[in-house]
Design a binder for this molecule. Structure first.
Ligand code: HEM
Length: 348
């Protein structure tokens, strides 16, 4: 079986590919920031409950349903842009994962319901019951994250797709890929770090110093460990790709170096316990790391596909319509947020 014969033909795209790649990276950055606040603050709340203090879990529990909604909404946009430019890889890996991939919908529904129930039925449930629900809802999020790492790595490896025929057509995960675990762990530790930052920002907003101290401690410790896991991820990459990030490809190396500098600034703000400054560096770190991740995709796909070869039809009307809706949508969202923070509930 020749793996290249399994790759569908690239569909023509209406405007040059760079539009979609830039929008993909920007919206993916937003998705990951919300996902980090969601998953990280939930995990930190849970650890504190296990240690005997469930106050933080209760407080972040109030924020989890909207954070989950925002994570999902911000996930839809990169999914669409990914499908435009890389659909002939991403659709195949999704189909090969079969039930594992479809299970994401069930896990998301479960976690969504679980966090809603935790928030709105808090007093009606016994501590044992609501804590179990919280743990299961968090496990649902971990399942979704792990499936996304499986999908976004399997799409890069057409040579691994032939397993389908060796497995008698059964769905499979990307277990054979040495980058799978370091990559997933890298995302999860990033979530703990930015979850800590979210707790610190909550503490600053509510004037609870203990949340600021504890949140910033989670941010710095998880980021330090994540530097080591990032190194593991780098050396788990195929040798030529790893060397690309170590001077072999100048733009890719500069992107990685910029991400590392941004994370150093994030750490410095963390040690100085300045949540707002840390938040600015966190956004920049996640953005540059997303660009680095995009280089990883480009390098992995290079033997199979060059985005520059995708046919372009130069039909700009849908792009103008999209940009128009984006501007109006952002203005309306800003207005709604302004009204929300003016309201009594928003100030509370
Ligand atoms: C709420 C639970 C979710 C969690 C914990 C989560 C977590 C993640 C993680 C960890 C990644 C990075 C995977 C990797 O590169 O190794 C990722 C990527 C992605 N997520 Fe989510 N996600 C969630 C929900 C969603 C939803 C509901 C959607 C779509 C509707 C979505 C769309 C995406 C897309 C498209 C990517 C890949 C983008 C790209 O490859 O450039 N996510 N997500």
């Amino acid at each position: 079986m020749i793996p290249a014969s399994l790759i569908p033909m690239a569909e023509p795209i209406p405007v040059p590919w760079a539009w979609f790649d830039v929008l993909l990276i920007l919206t993916f950055t937003a998705h990951i920031l919300f996902m980090n606040a969601l998953l990280g603050s939930a995990a930190i709340g849970l650890v504190r409950t296990v240690r005997g203090n469930d106050g933080l879990m209760h407080d972040v529990g109030q924020k989890l349903p909207p954070l989950l909604a925002l994570t999902i909404n911000m996930g839809v946009a990169p999914l669409l842009f990914l499908q435009v430019n890389y659909g002939h890889f991403d659709y195949v890996s999704s189909v090969l994962m079969g039930g594992w991939w479809l299970g994401v919908i069930a896990a998301l529904l479960f976690s969504y319901y679980g966090f809603y129930a935790y928030k709105f039925k808090y007093d009606a449930m016994s501590p044992g019951r609501r804590n179990t629900l919280f743990v299961l809802s968090l496990a649902g999020l971990l399942y979704v994250g792990f499936m996304l790492t499986n999908n976004t790595t399997l799409m890069l490896l057409p040579a691994a797709w032939t397993q389908y025929f060796e497995n008698n057509g059964a769905a499979f995960l990307n277990w054979g890929d040495p980058t799978l675990f370091p990559r997933f762990l890298h995302f999860m530790l990033g979530s703990i770090a930015l979850g800590g930052l979210f707790v610190a920002l909550l503490g600053q907003w509510r004037k609870i110093d203990e949340y600021v101290d504890s949140g910033m401690a989670w941010l710095t410790r998880a980021t330090l460990v994540n530097l080591a896991v990032g190194m593991w991820f780098l050396i788990a990459l195929p040798r030529d790709i790893m060397l690309g990030f170590m001077g072999g490809n100048l733009p890719a190396t500069l992107t990685l170096v910029t991400s590392l500098l941004a994370s150093a600034m994030l750490l410095a703000a963390g040690f100085q316990k300045q949540p707002k400054r840390a938040a600015t560096w966190a956004v920049l770190t996640v953005f540059f790391m997303s660009c680095t991740r995009h280089w990883v995709r480009t390098f992995f796909l290079a033997p199979w596909f060059r985005i520059e070869d995708t046919p372009v039809t130069h039909q700009y009307s849908s792009l103008y319509l999209f940009l128009g809706f984006l501007v109006v949508g952002l203005a309306l969202t800003g207005y709604m947020l302004k009204l929300y923070f003016k309201s009594r509930q928003g100030r509370a």
